[in-house]
Design a protein around this ligand. Structure first.
Ligand code: NAD
Ligand code: WQD
Length: 336
């Protein structure tokens, strides 16, 4: 049985599908602070098998311990946490509490229960401003906001666990920009309020839920002047977790980028979305967003070498699947 913390959320629901499709059993622990349990019912419809669900907070060590014991958990995939960069500047303590304290309590519960295998959701944001591209795993780590620092500190905690105990199996996955949705259109990203990220904003403009997109800057030193990112299909990302679990047969620590290795610009995303959806995405050019870098994309070759994983889905498919999810669920899970 695999414990998936944060499994009711955007990435977690797709990881649940990948695990169930591979024949594994899954128990989700989530406090539902940023998700709707309807996602798990949808996972059941997609896979024909249910996930077990425990509503609890990852900071509640006793609750986590009970789940580990009661479900005979053998490995943990840890996604629970807060993820909005802007909000982390305004409420840093919430981020340290949920992300750092939450991870610490989880590790303590695992240690008590004798579970020593963990895959952790880290982020490309731990690198900070790139000093070279593509970003490989040996690039220096210098996150520039509280959210990124929480991811960095949890990575450090995991490196210390590895150094202090020879028996742990640890996977640190640094995600680039996850987008898209399961091809069924049944699960996807359902941000509360105004989306912070590009793809959900584009999708909401395309279906008419928002009037227009603001492109944050067109004067970057990139081919068309807009920001360049490594967008990766969430189903490819989810499959990377399965690869990591399979790789963690022996004690050790793995740190891997999960990206496509290709950068796409904001304007490329808009045009691709328009082309695959047949809808228009009106936009205006605004000033640069504070904290943004011109370009950020991965060298994903280590993940391929180490676990035979690489992304397979194109930007067109990311846009098509994101559009299908948004069109089938214009108000997200709340409208279901
Ligand atoms: P999400 O908000 O959709 O999912 C996170 C889930 O964790 C939610 O269901 C939320 O209710 C739950 N949660 C939050 N705090 C909790 C707590 N204290 N106890 C129990 N559950 C809690 O976000 P997501 O996009 O699916 O991200 C999942 C993970 O991946 C996060 O750790 C995030 O930092 C990381 N990540 C996300 C991105 C991205 O762009 N989406 C990129 C890099 C890394
Ligand atoms: C992408 C590009 C924007 C919105 C963030 C986090 C990162 C990771 C992934 C968690 C940029 C532009 C965006 C809009 C725009 N999350 N944009 N108009 O900033 O690369 O990464 O999500 O770990 O930590 O920082 O992603 O989708 O916000 O932006 O022009 O309304 O789209 O300026 O160039 P980002 P994003």
């Amino acid at each position: 049985m695999i414990l998936l913390t944060g499994g009711a959320g955007y990435i977690g629901s797709h990881v649940a599908v990948a695990l169930l499709d591979a024949g594994l059993d899954v128990v989700v622990l989530d406090n539902l602070s940023n998700s709707n349990p309807a996602s798990l019912a949808r996972v059941h419809s997609i896979c024909g098998r249910p996930v077990h669900f425990q509503q609890a907070d990852v900071r509640d060590e006793e609750a986590v311990y009970q789940v580990l014991k009661n479900y005979s958990v053998t490995a943990v995939i840890h996604l629970a946490g807060l993820k909005a960069v802007g909000e982390s500047n305004e409420r840093p303590l919430s981020y340290y509490d949920n992300n750092v304290v939450g991870s610490m309590r989880l590790l303590a519960a695992m240690q008590r229960a004798g579970v020593a295998t963990i895959v952790f959701s880290s982020s490309a944001t731990v690198y900070g401003a790139p000093s070279y591209l593509p970003l490989d795993e040996s690039h220096s780590l210098a996150p520039t906001n509280p959210y990124g620092r929480t991811k960095f500190f949890v990575e450090e905690m995991l490196r210390d666990m590895h150094a202090s105990r020879g028996d742990w199996r640890i996977g640190i996955l640094r995600y680039f920009n996850p987008v898209g949705a399961h091809e069924s259109g049944l699960i996807g990203e359902d941000p509360l309020g105004v989306p912070n990220n590009l793809m959900p904003f584009v999708a909401q403009v395309a279906i008419g839920r928002r009037e227009k997109l603001t492109v944050w800057g067109n004067d970057y030193p990139t081919p068309d002047g807009t920001g360049v990112r490594d967008f990766i299909h969430v189903s490819d990302l989810a499959e990377g977790h399965l690869g990591a679990l399979r790789q963690l047969k022996e004690p050790g620590i793995l740190t891997l980028n999960l990206g496509t290795g290709e950068g796409s610009s904001v304007l490329q995303v808009i045009r691709t979305f328009e082309a695959v959806s047949g809808r228009s995405v009106p936009y205006e050019i605004g000033g640069r967003r504070t904290g943004d870098v011109a370009a950020c994309y991965a060298d994903p070759s280590l993940a391929r070498t180490v676990m035979g994983w690489k992304s397979t889905r194109s930007l067109m498919q990311m846009c098509a699947d994101h559009c299908r999810w948004q069109s089938m669920n214009p108000a997200g899970y709340a409208g279901a």
